[in-house]
Design a protein around this ligand. Structure first.
Ligand code: ADP
Ligand code: MG
Length: 659
């Protein structure tokens, strides 16, 4: 990534941070860059070495003079930790890992002054240094994950070449309005969503979909912002304003990803909140109680104080606090690499526990691109039937509507379309040239009292009525997505117990598709509200710990998307509302990506769990040793930082999951 893009990413992050602060959330102080941290560590190591040499060669130094000598490397190594601990105190949340480190190291610096205690100046500095090494690794790992996610930010187009007054001018994409013509040259990012009106090219869509094979686009084909134009010059008619474009939508999603916290993350935060005070209290008891019990407090205090300090160092929960969120961050990054946007780590949890997957049919398992296969008019001619249907559908975004418009072709023929009313799951009604035309399924016909005719040809049937009188029907047929069958099989392999399809379409069509794809259950002729009650019923039936995933394009199913444990929307075909309501977005509309996303989420969860178990096991072992005085302070430090570094590396594995 170039430094310029790096800047952009940072700015985006800053904006986000500001927004968070406005919401009153406590945000961490700006951390040092890994490079700065490394320099700090190197300088402090040098200073520690110098202090050590001075201390060894000047043997007649008093204890306080030795303290002064070591304070130099101590402050060099730990000034930021001290500062953060101090700020924590000021905010009334003292018990963080910085605070633990400060208490432990200040204790080690002072133990030499306790009667019977041997000085541990060098050890104190060393502890601080090692803590910083851990922080360094944390910073590097976080940077890597961030960079992976921000590769998606590469899709942000900087300029658009727009044709104005016969000239091509370069402007920022925000200034281009819908309907203008832009020119996209090879090597450029497509700045806006639109349709190709001249030229042909192939596009690299990897940033949008994770798919590296180039996609061809010619006249009439849609072209999405964020793709890279590879071969030819194309003229594109802009169809969406920049704020509404695919690139902007994705950028918003990416920047907000990770805001919903996962159960494991929440667990860790809560855990640290309860755990740290307990540890501090236990350390205090360990320092004071045993020497009091022995009867000779002063003789034993130094020994027990040292044990208590060691105990404090080991018990620092930073390995967990750092590595668990990092694992989720990496998992989200891995998913976005294959074109799956997960809007928060909480949905990783839920995805990993997928038990039932419910699909919408049209646009989800099928392409949603219908072909008119037959026209059966009743008392009007064929062309008039299609003409009326296409006009009623003029403003609808339903896949059926788009297909009818395309089949008719000649949209702008001057006909008047008014009072459009779409009835979800049934059809649509409008006034065309003064006549009320209804287009939809048999329910729609029943609603207006038109006597529809039964037809036993398989496929979807769209009935038409004019002023309440039946005017015939149109046969349309859709094809299954090429990866739909494979998607269901892959889900089963991932251990998904049940796959269900819900649709508003005819029973015959639904059952054929379900059989073809090998779905477990199918319910047809549903209204949007029926879909919600079906999902509620399935929610009640699923296993307790499992989750229900609903996959749809948001047309007539946005309420279900919101109701399911995880709502997955189609990013390319799906409506804006769906993309907003969904928890996960499939950028390239391929249902087979769902199984991949489940795999990534499971891997992420297992890495987080490994870290939790490993870190707690090692710490408990050292804690027990420390309580009995069997763990020297350096072992505690190695234990703590070593575990942190191993956990961080383990977490980074999630970033390459699903490859
Ligand atoms: P699905 O559940 O398969 O996505 P919908 O709930 O969107 O289907 O639609 C159910 C049925 O309602 C369609 O099969 C069609 O018969 C009818 N319908 C819905 N909207 C329209 C429309 N705009 N034009 C014509 N028919 C429609
Ligand atoms: Mg639908």
């Amino acid at each position: 990534m170039s430094s310029e893009e790096n800047e952009k990413w940072k700015k985006a992050r800053e904006k986000e941070d500001e927004a968070k602060e406005e919401e009153g959330e406590e945000e961490e102080e700006d951390e040092m860059e890994p490079k700065q941290k490394l320099i700090q560590i190197l300088i402090s190591t040098g200073l520690l070495l110098a202090a050590y040499l001075i201390d060894r060669n000047l043997t007649d130094l008093a204890m306080w003079q030795r303290l002064l000598v070591y304070l130099v490397p101590y402050f060099a190594a730990g000034f930021d930790v001290l500062k953060e601990a101090g700020e924590g105190l000021a905010h009334g949340e003292a018990l963080n890992e910085d605070f633990l480190m400060c208490v432990a190291t200040v204790g080690a610096l002072l133990i030499g002054f306790v009667p019977g205690g041997s000085p541990m100046f060098a050890e104190a500095v060393f502890v601080m240094l090692f803590f910083q090494v851990g922080e360094l690794f944390e910073g590097i790992a976080e940077g890597n994950s961030q960079r992976a996610i921000s590769q998606l930010l590469d899709i942000r187009p900087d300029t658009a070449n727009v044709e104005r007054d016969g000239k091509v001018v370069t402007v920022s994409p925000e200034e281009v309005s819908v309907g203008e013509i832009i020119v996209v040259k090879p090597g450029e990012k497509v700045p806006m969503d639109g349709t190709v009106i001249e030229g042909a090219t192939s596009l690299n869509t990897v940033a949008l979909t994770g798919e590296s094979a180039p996609r061809d686009a010619g006249i009439g084909d849609p072209i999405l912002s964020g793709c890279v134009n590879l071969t030819g010059v194309v003229r594109v008619k802009v169809e969406k304003a920049f704020g509404e474009s695919t690139a902007s939508k994705i950028l918003d999603l990416v920047q907000n990803a990770g805001s919903a916290k996962s159960r494991s993350e929440k667990f860790i935060t809560k855990f640290a909140r309860v755990y740290t005070p307990i540890v501090v209290a236990a350390a205090a008891v360990l320092a004071f109680l045993p020497p009091l019990l022995t009867g000779n407090f002063m003789a034993n205090f130094a020994t027990w104080l040292l044990r208590a300090l060691t105990f404090l160092i080991v018990s620092c929960p930073c390995a967990l606090v750092v590595s668990v969120p990092l694992a989720f961050f990496g998992g989200i990054g891995a998913a976005s690499r294959i074109g799956v946007l997960v809007k928060g780590s909480g949905f990783m949890d839920a995805l990993a526990r997928t038990d039932t997957v419910v699909f919408d049919k049209t646009g989800t398992l099928t392409k949603g691109v219908f072909e008119v296969t037959d026209l059966h008019p009743d008392q009007i001619d064929q062309r008039e039937l299609l003409h009326l249907a296409a006009h009623v559908e003029r403003y609808s975004s339903h896949p059926i509507a788009q297909s009818l418009r395309e089949a008719f072709g000649n949209e702008d023929d001057g006909c008047l379309v008014e009072n459009v009313e779409e009835i979800a799951g049934k059809g649509i009604r409008a006034k065309v040239n003064g006549k009320t035309v209804c287009v939809g399924n048999t329910r729609m016909m029943d609603a207006v009292g038109a006597k529809w005719k039964l037809c036993d040809t398989p496929g979807t049937i769209i009935h038409v009525a004019i002023d309440g009188v039946y005017a015939g029907h149109i046969h349309i047929s859709d094809v299954e997505k090429p990866d739909a069958k494979e998607a269901i099989e892959a889900l089963r392999k991932e251990g998904v117990r049940k796959t269900v399809m819900l649709t508003g379409d005819r029973k015959e069509v639904a059952e054929r598709v379900a059989k073809d794809l090998g779905l477990d259950e199918v319910r047809a002729e549903l209204l949007p509200a029926d879909k919600v009650s079906c999902v509620e019923e399935l929610l009640a039936k699923k296993s307790d710990n499992g989750s229900l995933v609903f996959v749809g394009d948001g047309i007539n199913d946005a309420p279900v998307l919101a109701r399911a444990d995880v709502g997955i929307a189609m990013g390319a075909m799906g409506s804006d509302a769906a993309i907003e309501a969904a928890d996960v977005v499939l950028m390239d509309d391929q249902p087979s990506k769902i199984a991949s996303a489940i795999r990534i989420s499971r891997h992420t969860i297992s890495v987080a769990k490994q870290n939790i178990i490993f870190a707690i096991a090692v710490k408990v072992a050292i804690l027990i040793l420390a309580a009995f005085g069997l763990a020297p302070m350096w072992l505690a430090v190695f234990g703590d930082t070593g575990v942190l570094i191993l956990c961080v590396f383990n977490s980074m594995r999630t970033l390459s999951a699903g490859k």
